[in-house]
Design a protein around this ligand. Structure first.
Ligand code: DGL
Length: 355
């Protein structure tokens, strides 16, 4: 078979390009994006609608197609796990998602995982994954405060950053991470602290680092137990015990506590005033909950600081557990996970010190 010099040159060129593309792809990390919905998948009626929009509208394939820059930093695959606004996620959804993350993390052809998520409960999912997925591979949870249809939308850069971090070897072993607003936050420490700004996510202990133009800049590392150092494993968790939160405030009555105490909960988080303080008139009601074998965990409605044990409140006397620096919604996540192993209050307190 005769091939002209021109044909042979073209064929050689094509082969070179193909081999270069293959070499490029092989050089890039393999990152899986698990999509759950939220504003990052939201759409508004016009570009000025930065706050008026419908969450959970855009599918993961469209998110990836809308960000061609991703192909320069990773080989990306997408899976649509859910398509919901995160305030509507359930504990069963959490289990399903975490089990999928755990399975993917075990795959040799997966280098990192990104979860796109609504920002309302993003902090709870990130903490739950940090407590229960036994992997040193980077897991990054990401959302956005504005839909992709809005002027100055933040989702595209947040997602680009998340995929970069998830594909970075230096992001491994730091627990589950959250990339929002150019910052790399600890999934344990971070909370949605402003409900309408792109700088919404804060940790009183500060971000772990920043990502700028695809480069990670690290400034601290987590000290609490997570992922491979956790005693909890999502592969051994089939259900999550019911844990609810009762809020403390001036004039509080025992109505909520009494009702929750009889609702089948396995632990009660008390979001107290100040340093997690409990109004004296509801102490007997909390004691009734404890006597029913339901651990009472003192958190605080005050976002920052940490609850001291036996300071203003006699925790030893009442056999209460303190939630340390965890906000009530985070304390609830840890309590659910801890209760899969123990309801002993001394063991629970150890767990709240360590995680
Ligand atoms: N409904 C909220 C949620 O899905 C929208 C907030 C957001 O994702 O930024 O969490």
């Amino acid at each position: 078979m005769y091939f002209s010099p021109r044909f042979r040159a073209l064929a050689a060129g094509a082969a070179f390009l193909a081999s270069s593309a293959l070499a490029h792809a092989q050089a890039l990390p393999n990152v899986v994006i698990l999509a759950t919905g939220g504003t990052i998948a939201g759409a508004g009626a016009s570009a000025i609608n930065s706050a008026t929009y419908a969450a959970a509208k855009v599918g993961v394939d469209k998110l990836i197609a809308g960000l061609p820059e991703l192909s320069k930093v990773a080989n990306v695959k997408g899976e649509q796990v859910f398509q919901v606004a995160s305030e509507s996620l359930t504990d069963d959804n959490l289990l399903t998602l975490a089990k999928r993350v755990s399975a993917l993390a075990k795959q040799g052809d997966v280098d990192g995982i990104v979860i796109t998520h609504g920002t309302d409960t993003l902090e709870e999912t990130a903490y739950f994954l940090s407590l229960t997925v036994r992997t040193a591979k980077p897991i990054v949870v990401v959302g956005s405060m504005r839909p992709g249809t809005a002027l100055s939308a933040d989702g595209a850069l947040n997602l680009y950053n998340a995929v970069n971090v998830a594909g970075s070897k230096d992001a491994g072993g730091k627990g589950v991470l959250v990339t929002m607003n150019d910052e790399i936050q600890s999934g344990r420490d971070v909370s949605k602290s402003i409900n309408i700004k792109t700088e919404a996510f804060k940790s009183q202990w500060g971000p772990l680092g920043m990502i700028v133009e695809g480069k990670n800049y690290w400034f601290r590392a987590p000290v609490k137990r997570h992922t491979t150092a956790s005693e909890f494993d999502i592969d051994n968790i089939t259900a999550l015990p019911l844990v609810e939160i009762a809020y403390g405030y001036e004039g509080v009555t025992s109505t909520a506590i009494d009702a929750l105490g009889q609702s089948g909960i396995k632990a009660l988080i008390h979001a107290g005033t100040g340093n997690g303080s409990v109004a004296n008139r509801i102490v007997p009601n909390l004691q009734k909950v404890s006597t029913a074998g339901i651990p009472v965990i003192r958190s605080s409605r005050v976002p920052d600081g940490f609850v001291l044990r036996n300071a203003e409140q006699p925790d030893d006397k009442y056999d209460w557990v303190v939630a340390h620096d965890l906000r009530p919604q985070k304390a609830r996540i840890l309590a659910m996970v801890a209760l899969t192993k123990t309801k002993d209050t001394r063991e629970l307190q150890r767990i709240f010190w360590e995680y």
